[in-house]
Design a protein. Structure first.
Length: 131
């Protein structure tokens, strides 16, 4: 099992945590520290809510946005796959137990009849502030 990588900033006032790669587990998962909830996509805008389950204020949340592409015919996929991933930084300070709404635009998806997109949003990194 790989653990969450954390570093303490000067003076011990900030804790920066990088969560493990997708599919790996850790003692501190994004579900237990910072949760992404109520994600909706409408006309190229992704919106949702960040919920802080950590014992300290959280800021500098970095989201990993995956636009997964699923071929209609998996045995004979076309080329290239239009799936993509990107990071989005959320400028919010969320107190313990608090919530912060977010929204951002994603690039237009190419019109394709040979499959469909599914978008996933997860926490990739965040900073805990305080002692």
């Amino acid at each position: 099992m790989k653990s969450t990588v954390c570093a303490i900033a000067a003076g011990g006032l900030a804790l920066v945590c990088m969560l493990p790669a997708y599919g790996q587990s850790s003692a501190l998962s994004h579900q237990s520290a910072v949760e992404v909830a109520a994600v909706e996509i409408h006309e190229g805008v992704v919106s949702g809510v960040l919920i802080n389950h950590a014992p300290r204020t959280v800021r500098d949340v970095r989201l990993l946005v995956r636009e997964n592409w699923y071929w209609t015919r998996e045995r004979r996929p076309g080329a290239p796959s239009p799936g993509r991933s990107d990071f989005v930084d959320i400028d919010a300070s969320i107190p313990p137990g608090g919530r912060a709404p977010f929204s951002f635009e994603i690039a237009p998806r190419p019109p394709r009849p040979d499959g469909h997109f599914e978008t996933e949003v997860e926490v990739a990194a965040y900073t805990e502030v305080g002692r």
